[in-house]
Write a protein that binds this ligand. Structure first.
Ligand code: A2R
Ligand code: GDD
Length: 311
């Protein structure tokens, strides 16, 4: 079975390669951008830019994959406010390019398209959100992921492409870059412990509540969806529990013996921020998905990772 991961040099890619290797039945090819590093064993690595339709077609023509995981994206909500055109370009044009290339080169391939919980936007937050709730995206990143999902649905219905979509909630784990909240706080604490930062942690909106899942459980869901997900369907990938960012900060600080003060950094605030969101994962669980990691153990691993990496 030939598996292709597009955008494999990011956070999720390395973990997905490991999960596919564990399954033992995949011949894995992974794409990265030409300037990115990806040193992995057990996968062939090639350069490809999803915004380049010819390059994308060439990859599919040469490989004829059975399953494609589309991870490539501008994945930061914060950056999408700063670079809206770039975000639309990569996330929307990239998706259309992939669908067009699949249509031309390997129309039978199963495609797992990674969307975001951010697509839900401003909804009733009182209960875990089901896939049937109508999304109401409130930021540029969210809208691009919504557009990607609707495009996927159109390519599925109009041309019969075999696409499964996700709305993935926040994922965390060792090696995540400090652009995202848990990695950011852990990285700052590690720097403070090494005397590289004054004992003051800079934070954004602490009142938001998010649903965090360990990346290793997330990639397990992606492989399961490749194998058992229903064509044309969207699946939440999350834990079902939302945690206040302030609570996470308090926990990370409690893991250190340093006296750390908290400083609100206005540059980390977003023009609009979803208040609280948690997934209903009944649809994914019905396929047999379970989680192995709890949030606190993942946070401890992340802090230890930054302690080792911070020199
Ligand atoms: O932006 P970079 O230099 O970090 O590269 C990212 C890469 N990428 C592309 N790949 C192919 N063609 C492009 N035109 C292109 N533009 C960016 O996709 C990065 O290496 C990868 C995405 O990885 P991350 O940003 O680390 O996202 P992560 O956490 O692995 O999330 C995977 C998926 C994304 O679609 C997120 O939007 C979603 O899960 O949450
Ligand atoms: N990054 C960051 N840094 N976020 C902070 C900070 C800080 O210092 N302080 C508070 N926050 C809040 C943000 O305002 C937001 O409410 C929450 O923490 C999570 O922010 P991020 O970790 O940056 O993630 P995100 O939710 O914007 O996006 C991530 O999750 C999405 C799924 O919900 C990304 O991984 C996306 O690619 C993914 O789709």
């Amino acid at each position: 079975m030939k598996a292709l991961i597009i955008g494999a040099a990011g956070f999720v890619g390395g973990y997905l390669i490991e999960e596919l290797k564990k399954a033992g039945k995949y011949e894995i090819t992974a794409t990265k951008l030409s300037f990115e590093e990806l040193n992995v064993s057990g996968a062939k690595v090639i350069d490809a830019d999803i915004c380049d339709i010819e390059q994308t077609r060439q990859v599919l023509r040469d490989l004829k994959p059975d399953v494609i995981f589309h991870l490539a994206a501008q994945s930061s909500v914060k950056k999408s406010w700063e670079k809206p055109q770039l975000t639309v370009h990569i996330n929307v044009l990239g998706a259309v390019n992939l669908f067009e290339a699949v249509r031309a080169e390997c129309p039978m391939a199963r495609i797992v398209v990674i969307g975001s919980s951010e697509e839900y936007g401003e909804i009733d937050y009182s209960a875990p959100v089901k896939e049937t709730v109508i999304p109401n995206p409130k930021n540029i990143y969210a809208l691009t992921k919504r557009a990607q999902e609707e495009l996927a649905r159109i390519y599925c219905k109009a041309y019969g492409l075999d696409i499964v979509m996700t709305r993935s909630f926040n994922h965390i784990g060792p090696k995540q870059i400090p652009q995202f909240v848990v990695a950011d706080f852990c990285s700052q604490v590690a720097k403070i412990e090494k005397g590289l930062q004054v004992p003051e942690i800079r934070v954004g909106n602490l009142s938001a509540r998010r649903d965090f899942t360990d990346v290793r459980d997330v990639v397990k869901a992606y492989v399961l969806l490749a194998e058992k997900g229903s064509k044309g369907e969207v699946y939440n990938v999350g834990s079902g529990i939302s945690v206040e960012i302030a609570q996470i900060l308090k926990y990370i600080i409690s893991l250190s013996d340093k006296n750390v003060t908290i400083k609100i950094d206005e540059s980390k605030m977003r023009p609009v921020d979803v208040a609280d969101i948690k997934a209903d994962v009944g649809k994914l669980s019905a396929l047999g998905w379970t989680r192995n990691y709890d949030i606190n153990s993942t946070i401890r691993e992340m802090l230890d990772y930054f302690r080792k990496e911070t020199l």
